[in-house]
Ligand binder design. Structure first.
Ligand code: ADP
Ligand code: AMP
Length: 214
């Protein structure tokens, strides 16, 4: 199964993608996580991506596509995947469609997790991320057992630099301009499914399971 998670930054794409990956036993591929891992390792790609990420801008398509096409070559992608944060522009979506078509394949679902802008700044300012294992929490809605410590791997959690309110507002603007048009794109391909992302995490997941089938 090949699934794309769509939605504003902070809508809950990553949270749901991890649950989908666990249930359906497919890899969770987050371009944001890959950029952050590169940044942590100090690679050239990480340094280039940081310039854009820190400003709340998208990393250029060319760089992002090179990274994701390389990731698809990994044998763990053979049985499908859940994409989180990719595609984020029409050229990225077109490149994905073309790359899949060349193999006689297509995505199965693009799931749009809908959360109004008013809720997003709260979601992001409360988000705490584990840069070691990629887990994500919320200080109020999805708290850890021990404050500031990852339940999964025991490392310290951080507030991402790009989750500060000024950058979040910028990222929301970029989302509306460049990513929201993908809703129309996947609607026209009959792949779009919508879920109400304002519900509690487990309720959102149950709606997604209904769409994907058990
Ligand atoms: P995205 O991947 O779309 O940027 P995340 O999955 O990281 O978003 O979620 C953003 C923040 O909102 C995180 O702090 C996460 O723990 C929290 N969150 C996710 N889903 C819900 C939900 N259904 N209700 C409340 N908070 C949520
Ligand atoms: P995320 O973790 O999905 O919120 O992504 C964090 C940041 O990484 C974004 O604000 C962008 O700067 C960058 N990024 C992640 N995925 C993409 C993508 N598909 N295209 C361009 N930039 C991306």
């Amino acid at each position: 199964m090949k699934i794309i998670m769509l939605g504003a930054p902070g809508a809950g794409k990553g949270t749901q993608a991890k649950k989908i990956a666990d249930k359906y036993q497919i890899p969770h591929i987050s371009t944001g996580d890959i950029f952050r891992a590169n940044l942590k390792e100090g690679t050239e790609l990480g340094k280039k991506a940081k310039e854009y990420m820190d400003q709340g801008l998208l990393v250029p398509d060319e760089l992002t596509l090179e990274l994701i096409m390389d990731r698809f070559k990994n044998p763990d992608c053979a049985g499908g995947y859940v994409l989180d944060g990719f595609p984020r522009t029409i050229p990225q979506a077109e490149a994905l469609t073309k790359a899949l078509e060349e193999k006689g394949e297509s995505i199965d679902f693009a799931i749009n997790v809908e959360v109004p802008d008013e809720n997003i700044v709260n979601r992001m300012s409360g988000r705490r991320a584990c840069l070691a294992c990629g887990a994500t929490y919320h200080i109020v809605h999805i708290p850890t057992k021990v404050e500031g410590i990852c339940d999964r791997c025991g490392k310290e959690l951080v507030l991402r630099d790009d989750d500060k309110p000024e950058t979040v507002k910028k990222r929301l603007g970029v989302y509306h301009d460049q990513t929201q048009p993908l809703i129309e794109y996947y609607t026209s391909q009959n792949k779009l499914a919508e879920v109400d992302g304002t519900q509690e995490m487990e309720a959102v997941f149950q709606n997604i399971v209904k769409i994907l089938g058990a």
